[in-house]
Design a protein around this ligand. Structure first.
Ligand code: NAD
Length: 387
């Protein structure tokens, strides 16, 4: 069986799905591994390291697409690549199944089996495969460093012969995996940190990092969705959060905002008024940029200066730390592969809760009801064209 490792083709992508260090157990099972030349170069994996790990190389991407039985990827390959897939190939990676299901259509036509890392259930047994958490950890860290780098102030309090410098004041919105890592990073740099999240459970974690948790009375509504995620809020509850955010922005030097609700556009929490309330030179990093952003002025991917405030909305923070982002992702993928490989052969048991949760399509048949529903209009349009 051939396992292919592609050079990721999305603009700005530097990560790779597996690293040479991940290959030992796969080679021992008898898998033949072919790597596209340059696949790991940004992630610190040069040709020599791959060769020593037992992989072969080709510069011929098309050969890998046409011959690989198993393709772990970071991002779903583009439709033109999907059209070359070996019929029945198994792909595992970030597939945006709820945000961009139509981009999977070509692979499904090729009878592919698709496992989405976004859909791995958040149960204890699957924690070692939780790639969303791995990437959010890297993103939260890098977002805070990007803010510190842009801020025309120091983070720590300094007492010097030339006077005392007060610590930077940091506000983190959304205290999930990325937010907590952003808080921890800001605390290590010596900032004073406040944080807000709709899930009350986040309060204890925020306080354990030495930050202050800002509570808002949301009128007793349920804020917990399934799997540790937040529920989508009512407009009234969102508005109460916005008021708190505008008040807190006025004394914050940095805001790092990470609020998200799975499968929905990011909640719009930060108004122009909040930015106008910040001092010139302050920095806002919108980590929710890829999902549209938490700030109403965010332009995903763009860096703007608004009233002297720098607003960053990076689209791929993990790709700015390719070595460790790839290392964590490769371990998540390797743990996932252990569920579908038995003695070097594919053995997919869709009664397994983790596999059933992550599977979007099996041998060309859509098996995830949420994705199937989203794809209905696309399929109807295709039928119309075919007629
Ligand atoms: P996420 O990326 O979907 O959201 C980030 C944060 O934004 C969440 O904490 C969420 O509560 C918050 N948020 C959403 N809407 C908001 C709003 N209107 N205002 C303010 N905040 C808002 O979530 P995530 O970071 O991937 O995970 C959230 C939590 O899930 C984690 O903190 C953890 O407790 C839990 N989790 C569990 C497992 C597991 O059980 N295996 C794994 C990972 C995470």
């Amino acid at each position: 069986m051939i396992l292919g490792i592609l050079r990721e083709s999305d603009p700005g992508e530097t990560r790779v799905a597996l690293l040479p260090e991940s290959l030992r157990s796969l080679v021992a099972q008898g898998l033949s591994i072919t790597v596209e030349a340059g696949a790991g170069s940004a992630a610190g994996a040069g040709d020599q390291a791959w060769a020593e790990a037992g992989a072969s190389f080709t510069a011929d991407r098309r050969w890998i697409l046409e011959n690989a039985d198993l393709l772990p990827v970071v991002n779903m390959p583009a439709p033109a690549d999907q059209a070359r897939l070996k019929p029945g190939a198994v792909l595992i990676g970030f597939m945006k199944p709820l945000d961009a299901p139509a981009t999977l259509a070509e692979a499904i036509h090729r009878s592919a089996t698709l496992f989405s890392m976004e859909l791995v259930p958040r149960i204890a047994r699957a924690q070692s495969m939780d790639a969303l958490s791995s990437m959010a950890t890297v993103a939260g860290y890098k977002a805070m460093l990007s803010a510190a780098d842009r801020l025309p102030r120091l983070f720590p309090m300094l007492i010097t012969a030339a006077g005392t410098i007060p610590p930077a004041r940091v506000f983190v919105i959304g205290a999930g995996v990325a937010g907590l890592q952003a808080i921890a990073t800001a605390r290590r740099l010596g900032a004073v940190v406040e944080a807000y999240d709709v899930r009350a459970a986040a309060g204890e974690q925020v306080r354990s990092l030495g930050a202050k948790f800002l509570d808002v009375d949301l009128g007793g509504i349920s804020t917990e969705g399934g799997g540790g995620y937040a529920a989508e809020l009512t407009e009234e509850a969102l508005e109460r959060g916005r008021e708190l955010i505008t008040r807190t922005a006025a004394h914050s030097d940095v805001i790092v905002t990470t609020a998200q609700v799975p499968g929905r556009p990011a909640p719009r929490l930060i108004r122009r008024a909040a930015i106008e309330a910040m001092r010139p030179g302050s920095v806002l990093v919108d980590v929710a940029g890829p999902a549209g952003g938490n700030c109403e002025l965010t332009r995903p991917g763009a860096t703007q200066t608004i009233d002297g405030v720098t607003l960053l909305a990076p689209l791929n923070l993990p790709a700015e730390v390719p070595v460790h982002a790839s290392q964590l992702y490769a371990r998540n993928i390797l743990n996932f592969l252990a569920l579908i490989l038995k003695k070097g052969e594919l053995s997919i048991d869709l009664t397994d809760e983790v596999l059933a949760g992550a599977c979007v399509a099996h041998q060309g048949r859509l098996v995830n009801p949420r994705v199937a529903k989203l794809l209905e209009p696309v399929q109807a349009a295709e039928l119309e064209i075919a007629r």
